[in-house]
Design a protein around this ligand. Structure first.
Ligand SMILES: Cc1cc2nc3c(=O)[nH]c(=O)nc-3n(C[C@H](O)[C@H](O)[C@H](O)COP(=O)(O)OP(=O)(O)OC[C@H]3O[C@@H](n4cnc5c(N)ncnc54)[C@H](O)[C@@H]3O)c2cc1C
Length: 395
């Protein structure tokens, strides 16, 4: 197994890097460097710049209007975005609902929706989890009862990331309460402007508004908005979660967090021998993870892109290391990391250390990264997958 990048792959990396340098708007780059929140306009602007280049949908084949990249090209592209740092294309659109429509959608749905998904003309959110259904997603209870050409939908969805920005929600509903729990589920597309649908913010410990509850009270959804057959939604959900959970290690993001931690420590004087030792430990572990990532990619190349259950280790360790790097940032900033109300997103790149709010995004980053071991498949659940699929332990 050859773990080195080929000359073509290195040339591709250089092309991506040059494009990001030339095209990423300076204000968005500055926000990314300081971990400030992006506005909806920022995200849409960048995604459309990528889309104009044909790069907004890294995992899509050419038939859907994507670049048709292999796993290594996708990895290099995202790694360059993370290291720049630049925003990733909106995952709800390009990694979740896009591949679902491309694989399971009707011809009409593909023609109508795929270009809008890529260009972020419609912003999508994921309406899967409920107050009583998370890791055990098939326990979901939001009901959809067929009435002529419509479904009448009632229930509560929870944790909808960016639901307040979304135009549409892809969701799982129970259409047959008498069937075995996985068998009675249907995949529906719901317009967020539908009468009876309301969005309520959930403020997370980082002080920001990213997630929401979505309440569905007698919401009417046209049958034409169903993807696939009635009661066959679980297969689609598994496909989507497989894409979400084969999530990569985001090593570039950890490197960027470490770079910022070192820069801050050099200014605050926190870069003592112990700090440097911890940086080195994380860097060594990142290198080991990078090699594991390369092994998984090489395996995918040899086995025609089949998702590899070993990629669960990439998610688990990738999150661990991002969390560790954010802890170092916190340590480097010391009391400056303490956010004061209303200061989270102040632009203050050039402010001197003392008396400024330069550190006010650091604690929020530390806090919100705790959630990364829950969403996209909780760490314990990923470990179960590894135990069963890689180590061969009984279920
Ligand atoms: C910031 C954030 C954003 C999110 N965004 C979205 C979104 O956009 N759309 C959406 O639909 N959902 C979203 N979620 C929900 C997320 O998918 C769920 O929180 C996750 O699946 C865990 O479900 P739960 O919260 O019900 O916890 P539970 O499933 O109840 O888990 C509680 C604990 O038990 C452990 N556990 C559960 N089952 C097992 C098991 N079999 N073996 C061992 N341990 C187990 C878990 O690892 C966890 O530690 C988001 C969550 C967060 C925190």
């Amino acid at each position: 197994m050859d773990l080195r990048f080929t000359d073509e792959e290195n040339a591709f990396r250089a092309e991506v890097r040059a494009f990001i340098r030339a095209k990423l708007p300076a204000d968005i780059h500055a926000k990314m460097l300081e971990h400030r929140s992006l506005t909806k306009d920022d995200v849409v602007t960048w995604q459309r710049i990528l889309n104009a280049r044909g790069w907004a949908t890294p995992s899509w084949p050419k038939a859907w209007g994507g670049p048709g990249w292999d796993a290594v090209q996708r990895y290099i592209f995202l790694d360059e975005l993370h290291q720049a740092p630049a925003p990733e294309p909106v995952s709800f659109n390009v990694s979740m609902i896009g591949p679902v429509i491309g694989t399971f959608g009707s011809e009409e749905q593909k023609q109508r929706l795929l270009p809008r998904i890529a260009n972020l003309d419609d912003w999508w959110c994921q309406g899967f989890s409920e107050p009583g259904a998370g890791s055990d997603l098939a326990a979901l209870s939001t009901s959809a009862v067929r009435e002529g050409d419509e479904y009448l939908v009632n229930g509560t969805k929870m944790w909808q990331g960016m639901g307040h920005r979304a135009d549409w929600m892809f969701t799982l509903v129970r259409t047959d309460p008498t069937a075995k729990k996985q068998a009675g589920i249907t995949f529906l597309l719901i317009d967020m402007k539908s009468p009876g649908l309301s969005v309520q913010p959930i403020m997370t410990i980082d002080g920001r508004h990213e997630v929401n509850s979505v309440f569905l009270d007698k919401v009417r959804v046209p049958v034409a908005n169903r993807v696939g057959d009635e009661n066959k939604g679980w297969d689609i959900a598994k496909f989507l979660l497989g894409n979400e959970r084969t999530g990569i290690a985001r090593i570039g993001m950890s490197k960027q967090l470490l770079r910022r931690a070192k820069k801050i420590a050099a200014e605050t004087g926190a870069d003592d021998a112990d700090f440097k030792l911890r940086c080195a430990e994380i860097e060594v572990e990142l290198k080991a993870l990078e090699i594991t990532q390369m092994r998984v990619l090489a395996g995918m190349k040899e086995h025609s892109e089949k998702p590899d259950p070993r990629s669960s280790i990439l998610k688990v360790r990738g999150v661990d290391l991002r969390q560790s790097a954010s802890e170092l940032m916190l340590r480097a900033a010391g009391p400056y990391a303490l956010p004061a109300e209303g200061e989270y997103d102040e632009p203050n790149a050039d402010a001197p250390l003392a008396g400024s709010t330069w550190g006010s995004t650091i604690a929020p980053v530390y806090y919100i990264l705790r959630a990364a071991s829950i969403y996209g498949g909780a760490t314990e659940v990923q470990k179960n997958i590894l135990a069963q699929s890689v180590l061969g332990l009984p279920k």
